[in-house]
Ligand binder design. Structure first.
Ligand code: ADP
Length: 731
């Protein structure tokens, strides 16, 4: 502002100086003219006064000054001469008046022209654009207010300066090219970068026009410029935002697109290009080239419907990638409407759902597998949420309980199907669940409406300890058939055990006969002896009594043997009892002693003290022991050296007692070792191969384990362990 307002002040000061000077000159001229006898046309110098006043540009003052000078000239003439005017004096006065008049007229005319010019310049100053004129040496000759505002230099500062150096102009093309164009066509326009007075950069849009004089010589350049820095910045920002948007759209993990209101693709993002698809002139329908032929018709139908109705577009199709492999994609698009509601374009995105689709298919498959597996294995699933007891049953669970698929599963329904004798088991399991047990494992029966009984095995575990409660997920297995098979198997095993016992007794017939006949023979002998003692003249009663006591012992022995054999031969159900293990071992050895002697086997018995007590069926345990002893004896039948058979009992660990039967026979071949306990495995010509198999069933049914070893010294070592227990309840 200072720069702009200082110009009029300077002008006013100059005007004052000029007026003062003019007044002094006018006074001096008048005094010389009026008071001195100089015969010269001094009044001509009034011209200077007129010129000085005219230089202030003030027209009325100039006119007044001109008339004033005329008056002063005439006054000076009158005062310096008496009534005798010489011709020369009059001529000098006229010359002076003519000079003043001519100068005044010319000056006034010039003043008028100058005023017009000033007014025009004022108008140029009013322009918002920066208007600068410079000569062919780039020196500034005109600098309007717009230029002052734009560049920061005042007109005074800028005048005469080389414009391009002053403003450090940066040209978009070489300067010589601009100059050439200007000289050729008289015009140039373009964008220039300049530096303002305050050092800030400015971008301007500049229009140059060349002015030539009447001879056609280039004289000056008129430059009209305006500041486009803000516009440029906005354009750059717009461009940046556009690029950012583009990058964002390209980064979206989907195929983004837009289309015209009639469905022609107008834009696709980089994902499409990555898939080998590009949009070109006349290439706006790329769908047929990328959508799987089997999905194309439906996709196009859906698209057409969306365009016609303006509804959102949704479709799932396979789309081919650049590798030629089709992937499942969800294609979706939404319309963009104008203020009247008419659709102006569509925006869409194709999202890769291949993995989700595969997961869905895998889920469907595994659901189908699960259903099949549940049906085939007769296993249902039950999930139960506590404490409210909400339940979910699988189809197979409904089938097992025999309820219609539409009933709401509940604990009441399960209890309604539970066998009356097993209600306590089921209720106990439910209480366990409510108590938060990690695992629930129960077996119970169901009483079905048709009167049949089903056996089920329910196993569940705590799955989700969620905030709102706990959830059990479990499997309900229909084990009726397994149960029946087990029962049948147990029955046949018992039958088989009986048969093998009978067979075994058959094998033992000779020795049994001996066992029985031997005490009977002894009874006969003792009877004879007793008779003899009694028939004496003086009967020897004491001796007879002794013989009779011996007879009773022998008879008992015989009846014991017969009792044992009868027990072995009898068919009976398993009757577990608390037994003294050593006693059973002793009895069994007694039963086969004759047979062992027949095979010339040396028996060694080594019993544990204190004797272990086991809970067993006596006959079955004897069967196992006799089997092992007989097998040992048979294994040594080919042996020429000493045939040693040892039987020992001992404590195996805190909870088990062990029985070891070891022989010095031919031993077990390595390749037979794994099959020894299989049913029907035998290496004997007359063998059945059931002995050891039945031994294993018996031992395992009693909670024990049986196995064979090959000791280093040769022969075989068969051994088994049984749980110890003072009472059978402990098992
Ligand atoms: P079987 O006596 O009818 O063959 P087992 O089941 O009692 O049936 O025995 C199966 C097989 O095990 C025998 O044929 C025999 O090969 C082998 N075996 C059993 N005990 C012994 C043993 N103490 N020493 C060697 N082999 C044995």
């Amino acid at each position: 502002m200072d720069t702009l307002s200082s110009a009029p002040r300077t002008v006013r000061r100059d005007a004052r100086v000029a007026l003062t000077l003019a007044s002094v000159i006018a006074l001096a001229v008048f005094l010389i003219d009026a008071l001195t006898p100089l015969d010269i046309a001094i009044a001509v110098l009034y011209v200077v006064v007129v010129l000085l006043v005219a230089s202030t540009g003030n027209r009325p003052s100039t006119v007044a000054t001109a008339w004033g000078c005329v008056a002063l000239t005439l006054a000076g003439f009158v005062l310096s001469h008496d009534v005798n005017y010489s011709n020369a004096a009059v001529a000098r006065c006229v010359v002076s008046l003519l000079a003043i008049a001519t100068t005044s007229v010319l000056t006034l005319r010039n003043l008028t022209a100058t005023t017009t010019l000033h007014e025009q310049l004022e108008l140029l100053d009013l322009a918002h654009d920066a208007i600068v004129a410079y000569d062919m040496n780039e020196r500034v000759t005109f600098w309007n207010r717009g230029a002052e505002a734009l560049y920061g230099w005042s007109a005074q500062e800028a005048m005469g300066q080389p414009i391009h150096r002053l403003t450090q102009t940066a040209f978009p093309v070489p300067f010589a090219q601009i100059r050439q164009e200007l000289l050729r066509s008289g015009r140039w326009d373009g964008e220039l970068e300049r530096v303002r007075h305050d050092g800030s950069a400015v971008v301007i849009s500049s229009r140059l026009a060349l002015w030539r004089d009447e001879k056609g010589t280039p004289r000056a350049v008129l430059a009209t410029s305006n500041d486009i820095t803000a516009r440029k910045r906005m354009e750059a920002e717009l461009q940046r935002q556009r690029e950012e948007l583009r990058n964002t759209i390209d980064a979206i993990p989907g195929m983004v697109w837009s289309s015209s209101s009639d469905g022609r693709l107008t834009f696709i993002n980089r994902r499409w290009n990555d898939m080998g698809v590009t949009l070109g002139e006349g290439n706006t329908d790329v769908w047929p080239t990328i959508v799987h032929p089997s999905d194309l018709t439906k996709m196009q139908q859906d698209w057409r419907t969306a365009i016609d109705t303006g509804a959102s577009f949704e479709n799932v199709s396979r789309i081919r990638g650049s590798d030629g492999v089709y992937r499942w994609m969800h294609i979706g698009a939404e319309p963009l409407r104008d203020s009247t509601g008419a659709i102006c374009r569509w925006y869409g995105v194709n999202t890769d759902i291949e993995e989700r689709k595969q997961a869905e298919q895998a889920l469907e498959r595994s659901e189908a597998f699960l259903l099949d597996a549940q049906r085939l294995s007769r296993t249902g699933s039950i999930a139960m949420r506590l404490p409210d007891g909400d339940m979910w049953w699988s189809d197979e669970a409904y089938r097992i309980f025999d309820y219609a698929r539409d009933v709401v599963p509940s604990m009441e329904l399960i209890l309604a199907r539970t066998h009356p004798d097993d209600l306590a088991i089921v209720q106990g399991a439910y209480r366990q669940s409510i108590g938060g047990a990690m695992h629930v494992d129960v077996e119970h029966r169901l009483a079905m409406p048709d009167g049949s009984v089903k056996y089920v095995h329910y196993v569940a575990h705590l799955a989700v300890p969620a905030a709102e409660g706990i959830e059990y997920v479990g499997a309900l297995m229909d084990v009726t058939e397994t149960k029946r098979a087990q029962e049948a198997l147990a029955r046949s095993t018992a039958e088989l055990a009986h048969v093998t016992r009978i067979t075994m007794l058959g094998e033992l017939a000779a020795s049994i006969a001996h066992e029985v006949t031997q005490p009977i023979a002894a009874i006969v002998t003792c009877g004879d002896a007793a008779l003899r003692w009694l028939n004496r003249p003086s009967p020897e009663l004491a001796e007879a009594q002794q013989s009779i006591a011996q007879m009773i012992r022998d008879a008992k022995r015989a009846s014991d043997v017969i009792r044992r054999i009868r027990a072995m031969a009898k068919k009976h159900d398993s009757l577990p009892a608390t037994l003294d293990l050593d006693e059973i071992v002793g009895e069994s050895v007694e039963l086969v002693r004759r047979e062992l002697e027949r095979h010339r086997v040396e028996v060694q018995v080594d019993l544990a003290t204190p004797t272990p007590v086991v809970c067993c069926d006596r006959v079955q345990l004897q069967q196992v022991l006799i089997n092992l002893l007989m097998n040992g004896a048979q294994a040594m039948s080919e042996v020429n050296g000493p045939r040693r058979l040892s039987i020992a009992t001992r404590r195996f660990d805190a909870r088990h007692a062990q029985v070891i039967v070891q022989d010095s026979g031919m031993g077990i071949r390595e390749d037979n070792a794994s099959r020894l306990f299989d049913a029907f495995f035998t290496t004997k010509a007359e063998g059945m191969g059931m002995g050891l198999s039945i031994c294993r069933s018996i031992v395992e049914a009693h909670g024990g384990r049986i196995w064979a070893e090959s000791p280093e010294e040769g022969g075989a070592r068969l051994q088994f362990v049984l749980p110890v227990g003072e009472t059978c309840d402990e098992q």
